[in-house]
Structures are given as C-alpha cells and as structure tokens.
Design a protein around this ligand. Sequence first.
Ligand code: BDR
Ligand code: CA
Length: 323
Amino acid sequence: SKKILYSCDTGVDDALALAYLAAQEECEVVGVTCSYGMSYVGDVFRNTKEVLRLCGKPEIPIVMGSETPLSGEHIDFSGGSKFHGMSGIGGVLPPSTPEDWGDAKPEDATDFIIEMIETYGKELYWVTSGPMTDIARVLRKDPSVAEKVGAVYIMGGALATPGNVGNVMEVVMEANVRLDVKACYEVLTSKLPVVLVGLDVTRKTLFTYEDHERWHTIGTESALFLYESLKHYLGAYKQFHPYLNGCGLHDPLAAVAAIHPEILTTIPMHLTCFTEGPLRGRTTEDVWRCNDPEYSMKAAMFVDVKAFQNEFFGKVEAMLRNH
Ligand code: BDR
Ligand code: CA
C-alpha cells in the first residue's frame, strides 16, 4: 500500500492538507517535514505539530527542513503573512520559541527524506506544498533517489494560468516557486517522477464562506482552530483574488491527488522554469527536450472538482467531528 511523506510550510492551506492526511486511513503517513516558506521554519514546525495533535495524529514523525532557500538569503515573511497571518496560521498561534522545537534542527529533513525513499522505494508518494528547497537538497545529496521514489506530487507552478505573486499585470510566478526559483529549476529538470499540481488546477478547488460556516457549526476543538485560522486567509483572498468565491485549496489538492490520482487529468511534459529575465519563476515546457518521447514528469491541467470536494470535505469533516 502507498506510504505518504508530506513536506510543507504550514501555512493555512498546508494545515488543511495535514488535516486531510491525518483523517485518511487508506495509506500510512510515514513523516512530515517542515521548511521555511510563508513563515519562519520554527513557526512552521510548531504549527505542524499543533495541527497533527489537534487532528489526533501526534505520533506522526515531524522533521525540520530548510531555514533559507539554497542561496542562503533570508526571506522576508511579510508577503507570506499577508495571506497566512502572523506565524503562518492566521495569527491564532504566537511566534514559536526554542521549547517548541526541542531537538529539531534545520536541514534534518534531507537525510530523513533520503532514508524514507530508501526504506519504502516505489511505495512512497511524496507530497510537497512549500518551496522546493528540500527537494533540491535531497537531489544534490543523492541524485539516485530520483529513480527510486514512487511519485512526487508538487503543489507549485502555473502553466496556462497566471501566477499569484505580484500585481495583476506581472503575475508570472506561483508563490512556492518564487521562494526558491533555483530549487524549482533543479527539481523540474531532474529525473524525479513529478506530478506538477499547479495553479492551473488548484485555483479551481476552493474553500468557500459556506464551508467556513459549516466548520464553525461542527464546533469541536480542531474544527474551531481551523475555522479561526481560516479567517485571515479568506480575508486576504477577498482582497487580492476577488474573482474567487473563497480561498484556494492548493495544498490539499496535491495531498488528495497523491492518494486518488484519478481526480486529475495530467499530460506528460518535460518541465523547466525560467531562472532569469522577465519570466523568471515561470514554469513551462522545456523546448530543448520537447521531442524526447521519454517523459518522467506530468503536469495537471484539469481537476474533477466534485470528486475532490467529496473526498476532502468528507474525510476531513468526519475527523473534525471526532476531535
Ligand atoms: C501556495 O502558496 C502558499 O500560499 C500556499 O500554502 C500554497 O502552498 C499557493 O501558491
Ligand atoms: Ca504551502
């Protein structure tokens, strides 16, 4: 049976993906790794721990990943906090402190992920929903893992739809790509069996105000925690993406698709990412390889929204009612 490894930057919609993974019983979640992203890595680690505890799965191993992009530059989290609030989860938790991190250290995730791939091989489905820094670090340390893992479902990028950072006229890139463009380039031009779950599909799976009200009505500790953390994210979507009736369930779609691949329509594609010039950060087809008939990657271009909703809301709400 499938084993799931999840790498995230929790994050409001990452938290919802965690809730889904905590709720489903078909596959075992063998670990979660956390990196910087929409907020500081220490906060991400603590947020992840808190969400898994609230959702009744405190035993899932959580490992700390990158603190910065490959370049080592420090990220300014003000962009991320516009959407995800202070400390990454809608302001419902204060900044983390060293007691929250215990023995966890940045970059522990590289060896942990390699070990998981060595242990589970093709059974391992790796879902990622933050910057691609940890994936790139794993490939740099042991490129052979690319041909050992089952699949890597990456929430990131945009192919036929605009990105989601910058103002409306310059929306080239998607937020996870922007955090580490170099890492994205290294990952997309590797031999990993990537399924790119980009904004082309994740913009179509929404969490609406009606869903929000329903979670309030569920009223348990876990439901109310997620309800509170979603307020800020919904508000940011209303302000910055007013064409959507709700907020994007980007990260949950990658998690659901790893377990139920049939909800996505994918096309085989040789992928790459512009690293310079005005299109820097745009994911696209690699024209230098476009006639090569051997594909290792796929890009999701269409999603069965109803099937996603049934699976996601069905599983998560059943779990929330019990926690
Ligand atoms: C991605 O950026 C973050 O805001 C979300 O958590 C998601 O991973 C969407 O572009
Ligand atoms: Ca995320």
